[in-house]
Design a protein around this ligand. Structure first.
Ligand SMILES: Cc1cc2nc3c(=O)[nH]c(=O)nc-3n(C[C@H](O)[C@H](O)[C@H](O)COP(=O)(O)O)c2cc1C
Length: 322
């Protein structure tokens, strides 16, 4: 697809400003572009760099029941077309998040989605319960890519029954809109999506990072202290797009596309493949204005295409196959 020319947006003479509004289950967004968890801190870090009100929603760094120190450095490595991270889910824990971060987040005009993680099913439901009545939390995004300590370190997100149990537990502890974030490190992504859809999710988001590694041949040692880490950025976009397309066809819940989205054209590919919304992750590290630019680029595309509403283009990919 040809890169959009922003300057042509106002010159087409076609249509007025298109409606970018989308609905993710019970969550209503003014536009479909969110910042991905772990790549936008707790939003305050970006307040002097970007207009936070431009964002469809802000998804904050993953929160656990107790504070996590994360992994030792080095824990970020640049790779061709992406990055590897082994942050180890460092965060302040749910209580300090509520007392220290929510008062600021509450004042923002963009909805705030809280990404949560646990070492056990019980931890997930307890975090959800504590966040349930906190003003300013618009939705929960459940990260099921964490190892299940009790089951010997298998990620919840790789076993459909475990993913369903986590979803049910969070659903039971919260009235908030529930997005379950899927891991790509599985054989059949559709199986995982169906499992969490049947267990009570309002939406699914995908993908989280792909497991990778990098080696320094001189020192003959891994570049990450943790040896392996999560690969993100443009390198993973084709995998993410394929998975979003497969899942959007298989389940009736809204799908949120994530993975290597850097430009409006990237976001549009996901929307055409069936995503109702998108998240921007790694791009925030080198261009904090990426998400805002994507909102403007989508607007320009809809105007050029003579479309009045974003929702009308979702899932309109023409594959030519049945
Ligand atoms: C440094 C870093 C930290 C991340 N932390 C989280 C996290 O706490 N919870 C989560 O669900 N995903 C986390 N992710 C995954 C991203 O939200 C996103 O799913 C992934 O990076 C793919 O999108 P991208 O290619 O646009 O970065 C993290 C990613 C990066 C690069």
């Amino acid at each position: 697809m040809k890169e959009l020319r922003m300057e042509s947006a106002g010159n087409t003479g076609r249509g007025s400003t298109p409606d970018l509004g989308v609905q993710i289950g019970p969550l209503v967004l003014r536009n479909p572009v969110m910042t991905a968890s772990g790549t936008f801190g707790y939003a305050r870090e970006f307040e002097n760099l970007v207009d936070l009100a431009q964002l469809g929603a802000i998804i904050v760094k993953g929160i656990s029941l107790h504070p996590k120190p994360g992994n030792p450095p080095p824990r970020i490595v640049e790779t061709a077309c992406g990055m590897l991270n082994a942050i180890g889910l460092e965060n302040v824990g749910v209580d300090r998040f509520i007392s220290g971060k929510m008062p600021y987040l509450y004042k923002l005009s963009s909805p705030v989605v809280v990404n949560i993680l646990g070492d056990s099913v019980e931890e997930y439901s307890e975090i959800a319960r504590r966040l349930d009545r906190v003003e300013g939390v618009a939705a929960l995004e459940v990260n099921i890519s964490c190892p299940n300590v009790k089951k010997g370190g298998v990620a919840f997100g790789t076993v459909p029954e475990m993913a369903a149990r986590v979803t049910e537990a969070v659903r039971g502890g919260s009235r908030l809109p529930l997005i379950v974030k899927l891991s790509p490190n599985v054989t059949d992504i559709v199986l995982m999506a169906r499992a969490v859809a049947d267990a009570g999710a309002d939406a699914v988001s995908l993908i989280n990072t792909l497991i990778g590694m990098a080696i320094d041949p001189i020192s003959r040692s891994p570049r990450l202290a943790n040896v392996i880490g999560g690969l993100s950025g443009p390198a993973i976009k084709p995998v993410a797009l394929r998975m979003v397309w497969q899942v959007a066809q298989a389940i009736s819940l809204p799908v949120i596309g994530i993975g290597g989205i850097t430009t409006a054209n990237d976001a549009l590919e996901f929307l055409l493949a069936g995503a109702s919304a998108v998240q921007v992750g790694t791009a925030n590290f080198y261009d904090p204005s990426a998400a805002g630019n994507i909102v403007q680029g989508i607007t320009a595309y809809l105007q050029e295409q003579g479309e009045d509403r974003l929702v009308d283009i979702v899932g309109t990919l023409q594959t030519g196959i049945d």
